[in-house]
Design a protein around this ligand. Structure first.
Ligand SMILES: NC(=O)c1ccc[n+]([C@@H]2O[C@H](COP(=O)([O-])OP(=O)(O)OC[C@H]3O[C@@H](n4cnc5c(N)ncnc54)[C@H](O)[C@@H]3O)[C@@H](O)[C@H]2O)c1
Ligand SMILES: [Zn+2]
Length: 350
């Protein structure tokens, strides 16, 4: 093993990422070193690429980005007491928490306010090697390929959002057919929803959703009125549950308008700026609104692996599989909106 590796990094403030040779990181006493095989591109990576206001405030440079990954363990810190092995195939929770925080001590690991992100606040996984705390490591079953392992992080966002309300036999609206919305629609189907309606304003995404979440009724809300679709599906009053996954104020309003009285809305999508809301409608409909952050450690991960075992197939969501040197093509595809998940392969350059 040489002591340098290929990595994609923001070397200095500004737009873009650079392919560099970086030192292979060392695992601390409670960490593992992972040989990365696949890393998926996340919306967060696009924010960092674009060097938007959020990134400028939150991402120090130089920073190797990337947090959605899978690989194999190649070194284990001396104080690690989990039964992990060299050669073990793994993914990892990208939120690194302080186990001594009040939230963590109360068992709410994902609610630690001092969470640090792999590839955001500490060196990341667009690289041949990455270090992660052993606590964060998720063992991959043999039948889960690395590329699926690399998209468990956003799948976890979808599952965690779907965990917020009972979906069995219910009419469910999912707004935003990005990668996470598509997966949430597939989860809602698997969870036994009566109907699942998935909206977007991008036909590429809605067409892809038909493959990721078969049986879901897709709606381009710029072309079709959602109330007509509700009639077609026999919804007399409204949806029981809405999963908001676009961050769009227009979609948020559609959720409020089409939920039944007493309905529930789980919000994962992050509005780009503060948005005006008709609180009167929310109050008079007695809606329950729940903000959703990250994934529950580690209940969501257990449920994810369970859903995969039960036959939920995420592979149609991956539209681009590229060698790491072709990263520009991958980021362009993500930015265009004409993609599902883009996965970089660290076993080949091109
Ligand atoms: N809360 C969290 O912990 C967390 C974690 C990850 C992602 N997110 C957020 O979740 C959302 C989904 O993530 P993603 O990676 O799938 O994002 P994405 O940007 O790929 O997908 C959003 C989709 O919403 C669609 N959209 C835009 N306006 C719409 C409208 N009016 N109606 C319906 N759809 C509309 C877009 O065309 C796009 O396909 C994003 O807002 C992201 O920032 C939150
Ligand atoms: Zn992500």
């Amino acid at each position: 093993m040489t002591d340098t590796m290929k990595a994609l990094a923001k070397t200095a403030p500004g737009i873009g990422l650079e392919l560099i040779d970086a030192p292979i990181p060392e695992a601390g006493p409670e960490d593992v070193l992972i040989r990365v095989h696949r890393t998926a591109v996340c919306g967060t990576d696009i924010h960092i690429w674009n060097w938007d206001e959020w990134s400028q405030k939150n991402v120090p440079t130089p920073m190797i980005t990337g947090h959605e990954f899978a690989g194999e363990i190649v070194a284990i810190g001396k104080d690690v007491d989990r039964p992990l092995k060299i050669g073990q195939r793994v993914s990892a929770e990208g939120h690194v928490i302080d186990l001594n925080s009040e939230a963590a001590r109360a068992g709410h690991f994902h609610l630690d306010p001092h969470t640090r992100g792999i590839g955001v606040n500490r060196q990341g996984a667009f690289a041949e090697f990455v270090v992660a705390p052993a606590f964060n490591v998720i063992e991959l079953p043999d039948d889960v390929p690395y590329e699926i392992g690399s998209i468990l992080d956003p799948f976890g966002n979808a599952v965690h959002t779907a965990q917020q309300f009972d979906l069995l036999g219910e009419d469910v609206l999912v707004t935003g057919a990005g990668p996470i919305g598509m997966m949430a629609a597939a989860v809602a189907r698997h969870a036994g929803a009566r109907t699942v309606v998935l909206t977007d304003i991008n036909d590429f995404r809605l067409d892809l959703a038909q493959k990721v979440a078969p049986g879901v009724r897709t709606v381009n809300t710029t072309k079709e009125d959602i109330h007509d679709v509700m009639k077609e599906l026999g919804l007399k009053v409204g949806f029981d549950v809405a999963l908001e996954m676009s961050g769009s104020p227009v979609a948020f309003k559609q959720c409020v308008d089409t939920l039944i009285m007493g309905g529930g809305m789980a919000m994962l999508g992050i509005p780009g700026k503060p948005m005006e809301t008709d609180w009167g409608a929310i109050i008079l409909k007695a809606l329950t609104i729940k903000g959703v952050y990250g994934r529950e450690m580690f209940t969501t991960w257990r449920k994810m692996l369970g859903l995969l075992k039960a036959g939920l197939d995420l592979s149609p969501l991956i539209t681009h599989r590229l060698g790491y040197a072709d990263y520009r093509e991958g980021f362009e595809a993500m930015k265009s909106g004409q993609s599902g998940k883009v996965v970089l392969d660290w076993d080949r350059a091109a």
